[in-house]
Design a protein around this ligand. Structure first.
Ligand SMILES: Cc1ncc(COP(=O)(O)O)c(C=O)c1O
Length: 411
């Protein structure tokens, strides 16, 4: 059971993490960072695993994984844990689903231009291996309203022929996209896809969601798969994620993990939970630590109020977005309601090479990690920043001043 040493949000939280004191992390989003007490809990599992290996793999791990699945399911608004499995990351979940589908040449895979690279690469593999077709729908920034996301999808599907519509087999949306980071209107997007072909499968890539925004899977409407990483925003160790499959698809489509283990006999009808429950001998302790990361968060929220982590990180992001756009005389890539703790601010330069050099120099000279990004096809140079419970307004003030100073000196 992992708990917090210090409960005050802001710099005092650094005590609960292992971040280097000389490193100022504005990019929690890419890899997260685990809480100290959660890593201690994980280490305790490792000790049990190594002390009595057979007991661990045959009994203890199997009991703990059920408890963890139940806790995660409850956190996601699910009334049963029967459809949720744990795995190592979002990439494993996407690959498990798409590579176990039986697809025919000409079947269509739809996604936005902002889909994560791994999703695009998995689709590209299906294109090469199975002859499917990819329909990439361009999102143009800045987005100004929900229609900026719904209209391009609606239009792209509207002009398909009746034959092509019937071939739309998979659509993937990000609950929060990676770069740029936007919260996507999942329910409405799923409705658009299913209105074109009711049999199309909708997978929601929520890699950035759990811990950053409330996740309530039933409220997302008619979706078939939902996955999220616990190692990004939930403070769990690396290699911890979950996948929910709509029960309607579990028996008909039989999703398989990428690794088929000694406990997974496809011909013998091994069930979904067993298939994903054991994927060969490895360290599964990160999966179990998701439970401890939920405990860690509960211990903070017992003092600061339920929902206070998200409230603090969103509030800080919104303040920082306002501060930086005012200081840099630039803009955001969307209205604030499309952003959560991840937010995009246009940098006060149009020179991407200079921005990437600045990223390197800020790290080397000030220990600051900040991503410089280039949007295509607009050529807008921007940064995607992460707010966190261990950051304060002062950190963003410092970043704002350093960026302005750097770019003024370099121009
Ligand atoms: C939207 C999105 N999906 C999937 C992933 C992949 O996550 P992982 O590397 O943990 O598999 C990421 C990683 O940043 C992401 O941003």
């Amino acid at each position: 059971m992992a708990s917090s040493n210090n409960t005050t949000y802001g710099h005092q939280q650094l005590e609960n993490f292992l971040l280097d004191p000389t490193y100022l992390n504005f990019n929690h989003g890419s890899f997260g960072t685990a809480a100290r007490s959660v890593l201690d809990a994980q280490h305790n599992y490792v000790l049990q695993q190594e002390a009595r290996p057979d007991i661990w793999f045959r009994e203890t791990y199997k009991t703990l994984i059920v408890e963890t699945r139940e806790k995660v399911s409850k956190e996601c608004g699910l009334s049963t844990a029967d459809n949720l499995v744990l795995l190592e990351n979002a990439s494993a979940a996407v690959n498990a689903i798409f590579r176990s589908l039986s697809l025919q040449p000409g079947d269509i895979f739809v996604y936005f231009s902002t889909a994560y690279g791994m999703v695009k690469h998995t689709a590209a593999w299906l294109e090469v291996d199975k002859g499917i077709k990819i329909l990439e729908v361009q999102i143009t920034v800045p987005i100004t309203s929900t229609q900026s996301l719904l209209d391009p999808m609606r239009d792209a599907l509207k002009y398909l022929s009746a034959e092509e519509k019937a071939k739309v087999k998979i659509a993937t949306f990000s609950h929060i996209s990676s770069v740029p980071a936007f919260i996507e209107p999942i329910k409405e997007l799923a409705e658009i896809v299913k209105s074109v072909n009711p049999n199309a499968l909708v997978l929601v890539d929520g890699a950035h969601a759990i811990g950053q925004i409330p996740v309530d899977i039933p409220s997302l409407g008619n979706i078939d798969y939902y996955l999220s990483n616990a190692h990004k925003w939930l403070y769990a160790p690396k290699g911890s994620a979950f996948l929910w499959t709509n029960p309607q698809q579990i028996d008909t489509l039989r999703p398989q993990p990428s690794v088929i283990s000694s406990e997974n006999n496809v011909a013998g009808g091994t069930d979904y939970l067993t298939r994903f429950g054991y994927t060969g001998t490895k360290d599964f302790t990160a999966y179990l630590s998701i439970s401890d990361s939920l405990d860690f968060r509960d211990s903070l929220e017992e003092v600061n109020g339920k929902g206070s982590i998200i409230e603090y990180t969103h509030g800080l992001a919104e303040w920082a977005g306002d501060h930086l756009t005012e200081l840099w005389k630039t803009s955001r890539l969307s209205p604030p309601e499309f952003e959560a703790a991840l937010f995009n601010v246009v940098l006060p330069t149009t020179d991407y090479d200079l921005a990437t050099q600045m990223q390197t120099d800020l790290l080397n000279d000030h220990g600051i990690y900040m991503l410089a990004l280039l949007d295509q096809p607009t050529n807008i140079v921007y940064t995607r920043l992460s707010s966190q419970i261990y950051l304060e307004r002062d950190d963003f003030v410092k970043l704002g001043d350093l960026v302005l100073d750097y770019l003024t000196r370099s121009s």
